[in-house]
Ligand binder design. Sequence first.
Ligand code: ZN
Length: 205
Amino acid sequence: MVLADTLATLECSIMNDLSQQQDTHEFIHTIDNKGRICFVNHAWINFAAENGWSVSTEEIIGSNLMANIVDPETRHIYNLLINRAREEGQNARFDYRCDSPDCHRLMEMRIYHNQDSDEVEFRSRIISSVKREPIALIDPTHKHRSDEILKMCSWCKSVWDENTWIELERAVKQLGIMTDQVLPRISHGICNECSNRMTRMIENL
Ligand SMILES: [Zn+2]
């Protein structure tokens, strides 16, 4: 089973093209004390189906969350968050970008630990959603990709260009990749700003 690069990306890939009504849903997944996904709610599964990702609950359940996070720093941050929740009862809350091709979307994630079951629950919801001109670069159905790799922050969707991180909308204009063409592949990581933001947040838990 192929899962997305990061947890945030995983959430993104199943939430494209949400309707207004669906925007009110919370998307929940839970991991057990071995880090395996042990629960996803119907909203989570339904979005997967609506977006052409025909994944069943049976396929998701039992998969290891951390094994699917490619970027080491992002993996490290999630491990810290999970450990703080599990060992110190510190629940985290943070925002992240989770765009669909035609929508600028800000999400909130909350992380809780259930002491009785020793499970950690991740609850995401949409904070804001603003339509904009579609960006093919982040369209998972756009298969016409070159071997060029473009680094993108999983947390804020900024794009790395030579020596700086550029906000997504500005980057596609600046780099001339708004139109339907052969596009670079995306490699997910974390930008300096998000790394600092998340580190500070964890320190202050
Ligand atoms: Zn970022």
